[in-house]
Design a binder for this molecule. Structure first.
Ligand code: UDP
Length: 422
Protein backbone atom coordinates (compact mmCIF):
# COMPACT_ATOMS: atom_id res chain seq x y z
CA UNK A 1 0.00 0.00 0.00
CA UNK A 2 1.13 3.55 -0.77
CA UNK A 3 2.97 5.12 2.15
CA UNK A 4 2.66 8.66 3.37
CA UNK A 5 2.15 11.21 0.61
CA UNK A 6 1.39 14.91 0.47
CA UNK A 7 -0.28 14.45 -2.91
CA UNK A 8 -2.99 11.88 -2.93
CA UNK A 9 -5.02 10.94 -6.00
CA UNK A 10 -8.19 8.92 -5.94
CA UNK A 11 -6.27 6.15 -7.78
CA UNK A 12 -4.15 5.71 -4.65
CA UNK A 13 -7.28 4.40 -2.92
CA UNK A 14 -7.74 1.57 -5.45
CA UNK A 15 -6.09 -1.14 -3.31
CA UNK A 16 -8.41 -0.16 -0.46
CA UNK A 17 -11.71 0.39 -2.26
CA UNK A 18 -11.42 -1.70 -5.43
CA UNK A 19 -11.52 -0.76 -9.11
CA UNK A 20 -15.29 -0.71 -9.41
CA UNK A 21 -15.77 1.94 -6.72
CA UNK A 22 -12.84 3.89 -8.11
CA UNK A 23 -14.41 3.95 -11.60
CA UNK A 24 -17.74 5.04 -10.16
CA UNK A 25 -16.15 7.97 -8.34
CA UNK A 26 -14.15 8.99 -11.41
CA UNK A 27 -17.33 8.94 -13.49
CA UNK A 28 -19.24 11.08 -11.00
CA UNK A 29 -16.38 13.55 -10.75
CA UNK A 30 -16.07 13.77 -14.51
CA UNK A 31 -19.67 14.91 -14.77
CA UNK A 32 -18.93 17.76 -12.36
CA UNK A 33 -15.43 18.62 -13.49
CA UNK A 34 -14.40 22.26 -13.09
CA UNK A 35 -17.20 22.80 -10.59
CA UNK A 36 -16.11 25.66 -8.33
CA UNK A 37 -16.76 24.85 -4.70
CA UNK A 38 -15.95 27.05 -1.75
CA UNK A 39 -15.57 25.60 1.73
CA UNK A 40 -15.57 28.22 4.46
CA UNK A 41 -14.67 27.49 8.06
CA UNK A 42 -13.03 29.19 11.02
CA UNK A 43 -9.68 27.49 11.63
CA UNK A 44 -6.92 25.93 9.54
CA UNK A 45 -5.89 23.46 12.24
CA UNK A 46 -6.75 22.03 15.60
CA UNK A 47 -9.87 19.94 15.13
CA UNK A 48 -11.68 17.47 12.94
CA UNK A 49 -13.11 20.06 10.53
CA UNK A 50 -9.69 21.40 9.56
CA UNK A 51 -8.27 17.89 9.46
CA UNK A 52 -10.89 16.81 6.96
CA UNK A 53 -10.97 19.93 4.82
CA UNK A 54 -7.23 19.90 4.26
CA UNK A 55 -7.42 16.42 2.71
CA UNK A 56 -10.89 16.60 1.16
CA UNK A 57 -10.26 19.81 -0.81
CA UNK A 58 -7.02 18.40 -2.27
CA UNK A 59 -8.61 15.08 -3.16
CA UNK A 60 -11.47 16.98 -4.83
CA UNK A 61 -8.89 19.04 -6.77
CA UNK A 62 -7.23 15.87 -7.99
CA UNK A 63 -10.64 14.84 -9.34
CA UNK A 64 -11.03 18.06 -11.33
CA UNK A 65 -13.31 19.83 -8.84
CA UNK A 66 -12.08 23.34 -8.14
CA UNK A 67 -12.39 23.22 -4.37
CA UNK A 68 -11.25 26.25 -2.39
CA UNK A 69 -11.01 26.58 1.38
CA UNK A 70 -11.20 29.94 3.09
CA UNK A 71 -11.44 31.10 6.67
CA UNK A 72 -13.34 33.79 8.48
CA UNK A 73 -11.40 35.96 10.87
CA UNK A 74 -12.60 36.78 14.35
CA UNK A 75 -11.54 38.59 17.48
CA UNK A 76 -11.25 36.74 20.82
CA UNK A 77 -14.68 38.21 21.72
CA UNK A 78 -16.15 36.61 18.65
CA UNK A 79 -14.66 33.19 19.32
CA UNK A 80 -15.78 33.40 22.95
CA UNK A 81 -19.34 33.80 21.76
CA UNK A 82 -19.08 31.13 19.06
CA UNK A 83 -17.61 28.61 21.53
CA UNK A 84 -20.61 29.30 23.77
CA UNK A 85 -22.90 28.69 20.81
CA UNK A 86 -20.99 25.46 20.09
CA UNK A 87 -21.45 24.35 23.71
CA UNK A 88 -25.15 25.22 23.64
CA UNK A 89 -25.64 23.24 20.43
CA UNK A 90 -24.23 20.27 22.33
CA UNK A 91 -26.78 20.88 25.08
CA UNK A 92 -25.13 23.33 27.53
CA UNK A 93 -27.15 26.06 29.20
CA UNK A 94 -25.95 29.52 28.21
CA UNK A 95 -27.14 33.05 28.41
CA UNK A 96 -26.73 34.50 24.96
CA UNK A 97 -27.29 38.19 25.66
CA UNK A 98 -28.24 40.69 22.98
CA UNK A 99 -24.69 42.05 23.18
CA UNK A 100 -23.19 38.64 22.46
CA UNK A 101 -25.51 38.17 19.49
CA UNK A 102 -24.44 41.58 18.26
CA UNK A 103 -20.73 40.64 18.50
CA UNK A 104 -21.41 37.40 16.63
CA UNK A 105 -23.43 38.95 13.85
CA UNK A 106 -21.31 42.09 13.50
CA UNK A 107 -18.01 40.21 13.06
CA UNK A 108 -19.67 38.08 10.42
CA UNK A 109 -20.84 41.26 8.62
CA UNK A 110 -17.25 42.53 8.69
CA UNK A 111 -16.04 39.27 7.17
CA UNK A 112 -18.72 39.51 4.48
CA UNK A 113 -17.62 43.05 3.60
CA UNK A 114 -14.07 41.80 3.00
CA UNK A 115 -15.09 38.78 0.97
CA UNK A 116 -15.77 38.33 -2.72
CA UNK A 117 -17.61 35.11 -3.40
CA UNK A 118 -18.37 35.57 -7.07
CA UNK A 119 -17.65 32.71 -9.41
CA UNK A 120 -18.53 29.78 -7.17
CA UNK A 121 -21.03 27.08 -8.12
CA UNK A 122 -21.52 25.89 -4.54
CA UNK A 123 -20.72 27.44 -1.17
CA UNK A 124 -20.35 25.15 1.86
CA UNK A 125 -20.30 26.92 5.22
CA UNK A 126 -18.89 24.88 8.09
CA UNK A 127 -20.24 25.09 11.63
CA UNK A 128 -21.87 28.03 13.44
CA UNK A 129 -19.04 30.58 13.31
CA UNK A 130 -19.66 31.73 9.70
CA UNK A 131 -23.33 30.65 9.61
CA UNK A 132 -24.89 34.16 9.33
CA UNK A 133 -22.77 35.00 6.25
CA UNK A 134 -25.64 33.88 4.06
CA UNK A 135 -27.57 37.05 4.96
CA UNK A 136 -24.98 39.27 3.32
CA UNK A 137 -24.61 37.90 -0.18
CA UNK A 138 -26.76 38.00 -3.25
CA UNK A 139 -27.02 34.33 -3.95
CA UNK A 140 -26.22 33.00 -7.37
CA UNK A 141 -25.58 29.37 -6.39
CA UNK A 142 -26.62 26.85 -3.73
CA UNK A 143 -25.39 27.49 -0.20
CA UNK A 144 -25.07 24.56 2.16
CA UNK A 145 -24.53 24.57 5.89
CA UNK A 146 -22.32 21.72 7.08
CA UNK A 147 -22.70 21.21 10.83
CA UNK A 148 -20.06 18.99 12.50
CA UNK A 149 -21.47 19.30 16.01
CA UNK A 150 -23.32 16.71 18.12
CA UNK A 151 -26.92 17.89 17.73
CA UNK A 152 -28.49 15.12 19.79
CA UNK A 153 -29.77 17.57 22.43
CA UNK A 154 -29.35 21.17 21.25
CA UNK A 155 -30.28 23.94 23.66
CA UNK A 156 -33.76 24.94 22.34
CA UNK A 157 -33.26 28.67 22.78
CA UNK A 158 -30.00 28.74 20.80
CA UNK A 159 -31.42 26.45 18.20
CA UNK A 160 -34.38 28.80 17.75
CA UNK A 161 -32.00 31.71 17.28
CA UNK A 162 -29.76 29.91 14.76
CA UNK A 163 -32.68 28.41 12.90
CA UNK A 164 -33.40 31.83 11.38
CA UNK A 165 -30.05 31.66 9.55
CA UNK A 166 -30.17 27.93 8.84
CA UNK A 167 -33.55 28.19 7.11
CA UNK A 168 -32.02 30.43 4.47
CA UNK A 169 -29.71 27.67 3.24
CA UNK A 170 -30.46 25.37 0.31
CA UNK A 171 -29.30 22.25 2.14
CA UNK A 172 -27.95 21.20 5.51
CA UNK A 173 -25.31 18.51 5.93
CA UNK A 174 -25.12 16.73 9.30
CA UNK A 175 -22.65 14.16 10.58
CA UNK A 176 -25.31 11.60 11.55
CA UNK A 177 -28.91 10.95 10.47
CA UNK A 178 -30.17 11.27 14.06
CA UNK A 179 -29.01 14.89 14.24
CA UNK A 180 -31.85 15.88 11.83
CA UNK A 181 -33.91 18.85 13.03
CA UNK A 182 -37.13 20.64 12.19
CA UNK A 183 -35.82 23.07 9.62
CA UNK A 184 -36.82 24.20 6.15
CA UNK A 185 -33.83 23.03 4.03
CA UNK A 186 -33.41 19.40 3.01
CA UNK A 187 -31.01 17.56 5.31
CA UNK A 188 -28.46 14.92 4.39
CA UNK A 189 -25.97 13.13 6.57
CA UNK A 190 -22.36 12.62 5.57
CA UNK A 191 -20.15 10.96 8.14
CA UNK A 192 -16.61 12.24 8.39
CA UNK A 193 -13.66 10.24 7.09
CA UNK A 194 -9.88 10.05 7.16
CA UNK A 195 -7.05 10.31 4.67
CA UNK A 196 -5.11 7.06 5.13
CA UNK A 197 -2.02 8.53 3.41
CA UNK A 198 -1.58 11.61 5.59
CA UNK A 199 1.32 12.02 7.97
CA UNK A 200 -1.13 11.31 10.77
CA UNK A 201 -2.50 8.07 9.35
CA UNK A 202 0.07 6.52 7.01
CA UNK A 203 2.14 3.48 7.93
CA UNK A 204 4.95 4.22 10.37
CA UNK A 205 7.95 2.03 11.18
CA UNK A 206 8.88 0.91 14.70
CA UNK A 207 12.01 3.10 14.67
CA UNK A 208 10.03 6.22 13.76
CA UNK A 209 7.48 5.47 16.47
CA UNK A 210 10.23 5.02 19.05
CA UNK A 211 11.88 8.23 17.92
CA UNK A 212 8.68 10.28 18.32
CA UNK A 213 8.01 8.91 21.81
CA UNK A 214 11.60 9.50 22.91
CA UNK A 215 11.52 13.03 21.55
CA UNK A 216 8.70 13.83 23.98
CA UNK A 217 10.11 11.78 26.83
CA UNK A 218 7.24 9.29 26.79
CA UNK A 219 8.32 6.02 28.45
CA UNK A 220 7.26 2.82 26.72
CA UNK A 221 8.31 0.32 29.38
CA UNK A 222 4.64 -0.16 30.39
CA UNK A 223 1.54 -0.46 28.20
CA UNK A 224 0.41 2.98 27.06
CA UNK A 225 -3.15 4.31 27.31
CA UNK A 226 -3.74 7.37 25.11
CA UNK A 227 -6.37 9.98 24.51
CA UNK A 228 -5.74 12.51 21.73
CA UNK A 229 -8.18 15.43 21.84
CA UNK A 230 -8.60 19.16 21.82
CA UNK A 231 -8.57 20.28 25.45
CA UNK A 232 -12.32 20.52 25.86
CA UNK A 233 -14.60 19.40 28.71
CA UNK A 234 -16.82 17.51 26.23
CA UNK A 235 -13.85 15.20 25.59
CA UNK A 236 -13.84 14.40 29.31
CA UNK A 237 -10.09 14.35 30.00
CA UNK A 238 -10.96 14.42 33.72
CA UNK A 239 -12.99 11.21 33.28
CA UNK A 240 -10.08 9.59 31.45
CA UNK A 241 -7.73 10.31 34.36
CA UNK A 242 -10.29 8.94 36.84
CA UNK A 243 -10.80 5.77 34.80
CA UNK A 244 -7.04 5.33 34.46
CA UNK A 245 -6.53 5.76 38.20
CA UNK A 246 -9.18 3.11 38.90
CA UNK A 247 -7.67 0.72 36.36
CA UNK A 248 -4.12 1.04 37.60
CA UNK A 249 -5.02 -0.28 41.00
CA UNK A 250 -5.10 -3.60 39.07
CA UNK A 251 -2.78 -3.16 36.07
CA UNK A 252 0.31 -1.07 35.49
CA UNK A 253 0.29 1.36 32.60
CA UNK A 254 1.23 4.87 31.48
CA UNK A 255 -1.45 7.39 30.50
CA UNK A 256 -0.74 10.01 27.83
CA UNK A 257 -3.20 12.83 27.22
CA UNK A 258 -2.16 14.61 24.06
CA UNK A 259 -4.14 17.71 23.26
CA UNK A 260 -4.16 20.91 21.32
CA UNK A 261 -5.97 24.21 21.33
CA UNK A 262 -7.71 25.25 18.13
CA UNK A 263 -7.52 28.93 17.18
CA UNK A 264 -11.30 29.18 17.33
CA UNK A 265 -11.53 27.59 20.80
CA UNK A 266 -10.79 30.03 23.63
CA UNK A 267 -11.56 27.48 26.38
CA UNK A 268 -8.70 25.14 25.44
CA UNK A 269 -5.92 26.83 27.35
CA UNK A 270 -8.00 26.92 30.54
CA UNK A 271 -8.89 23.22 30.26
CA UNK A 272 -5.22 22.38 29.63
CA UNK A 273 -4.09 24.35 32.68
CA UNK A 274 -6.78 22.80 34.87
CA UNK A 275 -5.34 19.36 34.06
CA UNK A 276 -1.73 20.16 34.84
CA UNK A 277 -2.10 19.52 38.56
CA UNK A 278 -2.97 15.89 37.67
CA UNK A 279 0.40 15.29 36.02
CA UNK A 280 2.66 12.67 37.57
CA UNK A 281 5.28 10.17 36.51
CA UNK A 282 2.74 7.88 34.83
CA UNK A 283 0.22 10.53 33.80
CA UNK A 284 1.68 12.57 30.97
CA UNK A 285 -0.19 15.62 29.74
CA UNK A 286 1.20 17.07 26.55
CA UNK A 287 0.34 19.73 24.07
CA UNK A 288 2.07 19.65 20.69
CA UNK A 289 0.99 20.22 17.09
CA UNK A 290 2.65 17.10 15.74
CA UNK A 291 0.75 14.76 13.43
CA UNK A 292 3.56 12.20 13.50
CA UNK A 293 3.29 12.08 17.29
CA UNK A 294 -0.48 11.44 17.03
CA UNK A 295 0.30 8.66 14.56
CA UNK A 296 3.03 7.17 16.78
CA UNK A 297 0.90 7.25 19.92
CA UNK A 298 -2.16 5.73 18.27
CA UNK A 299 0.04 2.95 16.89
CA UNK A 300 1.99 2.32 20.06
CA UNK A 301 -0.97 2.52 22.46
CA UNK A 302 -2.25 -0.65 24.05
CA UNK A 303 -5.60 1.13 24.40
CA UNK A 304 -6.84 4.37 22.86
CA UNK A 305 -9.54 6.18 24.78
CA UNK A 306 -12.00 8.76 23.51
CA UNK A 307 -14.22 9.13 26.52
CA UNK A 308 -16.28 11.99 25.10
CA UNK A 309 -19.56 13.08 26.64
CA UNK A 310 -20.75 14.52 23.32
CA UNK A 311 -19.05 13.88 20.00
CA UNK A 312 -20.23 15.10 16.59
CA UNK A 313 -18.33 12.21 15.05
CA UNK A 314 -14.92 11.63 16.60
CA UNK A 315 -12.21 11.47 13.96
CA UNK A 316 -9.67 10.46 16.60
CA UNK A 317 -11.62 7.21 17.00
CA UNK A 318 -11.45 6.56 13.25
CA UNK A 319 -7.75 7.39 13.18
CA UNK A 320 -6.98 4.98 16.00
CA UNK A 321 -9.18 2.21 14.59
CA UNK A 322 -7.41 2.53 11.25
CA UNK A 323 -4.15 1.79 13.03
CA UNK A 324 -5.59 -1.35 14.52
CA UNK A 325 -5.89 0.07 18.03
CA UNK A 326 -8.35 -1.21 20.61
CA UNK A 327 -10.50 1.85 21.32
CA UNK A 328 -12.66 2.59 24.36
CA UNK A 329 -15.01 5.41 23.37
CA UNK A 330 -17.74 7.38 25.08
CA UNK A 331 -21.20 6.05 24.33
CA UNK A 332 -22.33 9.08 22.36
CA UNK A 333 -22.71 10.69 18.94
CA UNK A 334 -20.53 9.47 16.12
CA UNK A 335 -18.52 7.12 18.32
CA UNK A 336 -21.57 4.85 18.46
CA UNK A 337 -21.58 4.66 14.66
CA UNK A 338 -17.98 3.55 14.55
CA UNK A 339 -17.69 1.16 17.45
CA UNK A 340 -19.72 -2.00 17.67
CA UNK A 341 -19.54 -2.96 21.31
CA UNK A 342 -17.17 -5.84 21.96
CA UNK A 343 -16.60 -6.45 18.24
CA UNK A 344 -14.28 -3.70 17.03
CA UNK A 345 -13.97 -1.66 20.25
CA UNK A 346 -15.81 -0.77 23.43
CA UNK A 347 -18.31 1.89 24.46
CA UNK A 348 -18.14 3.26 27.98
CA UNK A 349 -20.73 5.67 29.31
CA UNK A 350 -19.23 5.92 32.81
CA UNK A 351 -15.81 6.17 34.44
CA UNK A 352 -16.33 2.75 36.03
CA UNK A 353 -17.17 1.06 32.73
CA UNK A 354 -14.21 2.73 31.08
CA UNK A 355 -11.94 1.45 33.88
CA UNK A 356 -13.31 -2.09 33.49
CA UNK A 357 -12.67 -2.02 29.74
CA UNK A 358 -9.16 -0.74 30.35
CA UNK A 359 -8.36 -3.50 32.82
CA UNK A 360 -9.74 -6.18 30.53
CA UNK A 361 -7.85 -4.92 27.48
CA UNK A 362 -4.58 -4.20 29.24
CA UNK A 363 -4.54 -7.77 30.52
CA UNK A 364 -5.32 -9.38 27.20
CA UNK A 365 -3.07 -8.52 24.21
CA UNK A 366 -4.73 -11.26 22.13
CA UNK A 367 -8.13 -9.65 22.49
CA UNK A 368 -6.67 -6.24 21.66
CA UNK A 369 -5.23 -7.64 18.44
CA UNK A 370 -8.54 -9.19 17.42
CA UNK A 371 -10.51 -6.03 18.16
CA UNK A 372 -7.92 -3.91 16.35
CA UNK A 373 -8.02 -6.02 13.18
CA UNK A 374 -11.80 -5.63 12.98
CA UNK A 375 -11.50 -1.94 13.76
CA UNK A 376 -9.18 -1.38 10.79
CA UNK A 377 -11.53 -3.26 8.50
CA UNK A 378 -14.47 -1.12 9.67
CA UNK A 379 -12.57 2.01 8.67
CA UNK A 380 -11.54 0.54 5.32
CA UNK A 381 -15.14 -0.22 4.50
CA UNK A 382 -16.86 2.88 5.83
CA UNK A 383 -14.67 5.79 6.85
CA UNK A 384 -12.14 6.56 4.13
CA UNK A 385 -12.04 9.94 2.41
CA UNK A 386 -12.99 8.35 -0.93
CA UNK A 387 -16.48 7.64 0.45
CA UNK A 388 -16.86 11.19 1.75
CA UNK A 389 -15.87 12.68 -1.61
CA UNK A 390 -18.36 10.47 -3.40
CA UNK A 391 -21.15 11.62 -1.09
CA UNK A 392 -20.27 15.25 -1.74
CA UNK A 393 -20.30 14.56 -5.50
CA UNK A 394 -23.75 12.99 -5.15
CA UNK A 395 -25.02 15.95 -3.17
CA UNK A 396 -23.66 18.47 -5.66
CA UNK A 397 -25.14 16.48 -8.52
CA UNK A 398 -28.55 16.85 -6.92
CA UNK A 399 -28.18 20.59 -7.50
CA UNK A 400 -26.93 20.19 -11.03
CA UNK A 401 -29.78 22.22 -12.52
CA UNK A 402 -28.49 25.31 -10.79
CA UNK A 403 -24.97 25.06 -12.16
CA UNK A 404 -25.66 26.94 -15.36
CA UNK A 405 -22.16 26.85 -16.76
CA UNK A 406 -21.86 23.25 -15.86
CA UNK A 407 -25.08 22.53 -17.71
CA UNK A 408 -23.67 23.97 -20.92
CA UNK A 409 -20.49 22.03 -20.47
CA UNK A 410 -22.34 18.78 -19.92
CA UNK A 411 -24.58 19.33 -22.94
CA UNK A 412 -21.61 20.22 -25.07
CA UNK A 413 -19.81 17.07 -23.97
CA UNK A 414 -22.80 15.02 -25.01
CA UNK A 415 -23.34 13.58 -21.55
CA UNK A 416 -26.96 13.33 -20.42
CA UNK A 417 -28.02 16.02 -17.97
CA UNK A 418 -29.99 14.52 -15.14
CA UNK A 419 -31.74 16.71 -12.66
CA UNK A 420 -32.70 15.20 -9.35
CA UNK A 421 -34.18 16.89 -6.33
CA UNK A 422 -32.12 16.86 -3.09
N1 UDP B 1 -5.72 16.43 16.99
C1 UDP B 1 -4.34 16.60 16.82
N2 UDP B 1 -3.58 16.88 17.91
C2 UDP B 1 -4.08 16.98 19.14
C3 UDP B 1 -5.49 16.80 19.32
C4 UDP B 1 -6.27 16.53 18.22
O1 UDP B 1 -3.82 16.51 15.71
O2 UDP B 1 -3.34 17.23 20.08
C5 UDP B 1 -6.53 16.09 15.80
C6 UDP B 1 -6.99 14.65 15.84
O3 UDP B 1 -5.96 13.79 15.41
C7 UDP B 1 -8.18 14.72 14.87
C8 UDP B 1 -8.76 16.10 15.17
O4 UDP B 1 -7.71 16.87 15.75
O5 UDP B 1 -7.74 14.67 13.54
C9 UDP B 1 -9.91 16.03 16.14
O6 UDP B 1 -11.05 15.61 15.48
P1 UDP B 1 -12.31 15.03 16.24
O7 UDP B 1 -13.39 14.80 15.25
O8 UDP B 1 -11.90 13.82 17.04
O9 UDP B 1 -12.71 16.14 17.31
P2 UDP B 1 -12.99 17.74 17.21
O10 UDP B 1 -11.75 18.40 17.72
O11 UDP B 1 -13.28 18.08 15.79
O12 UDP B 1 -14.14 17.95 18.14
Amino acid sequence: MKKHSWHVNIEDYAPLIGDEVLERILHKAHRLRDLRVLHLSSTFYGGGVAEMLSSATLLARSLGIKADWRLIQGSPDFFNVTKKIHNALQGAKINLTELKKEVYEEIVVQNALRMDLTGYDVVVIHDPQPLPLIRHFRRTCPWMWRCHIDLSQPNPEIWEYLRGFINEYDAVILSLPEYAQRIAPPQVSIMPAINPFSLKNAEMGAAEIKDRLEHYGIPDDLPIVVQVSRFDHWKDPEGVIQAFNLARTEVDATLVLLGNVATDDPEGQEVFESLLSRKEERIIILTAEDSALVNALQRRAAVVMQKSLREGFGLTVTEAMWKGAAVVGGNCGGIRHQIEEGINGFLAASVETAAQCLIQLLRDPGRRGEIGRRARETVRQRFLMSRLIEQYLDLFSAFEATFSLNQQRLSASGLPVTVSKP
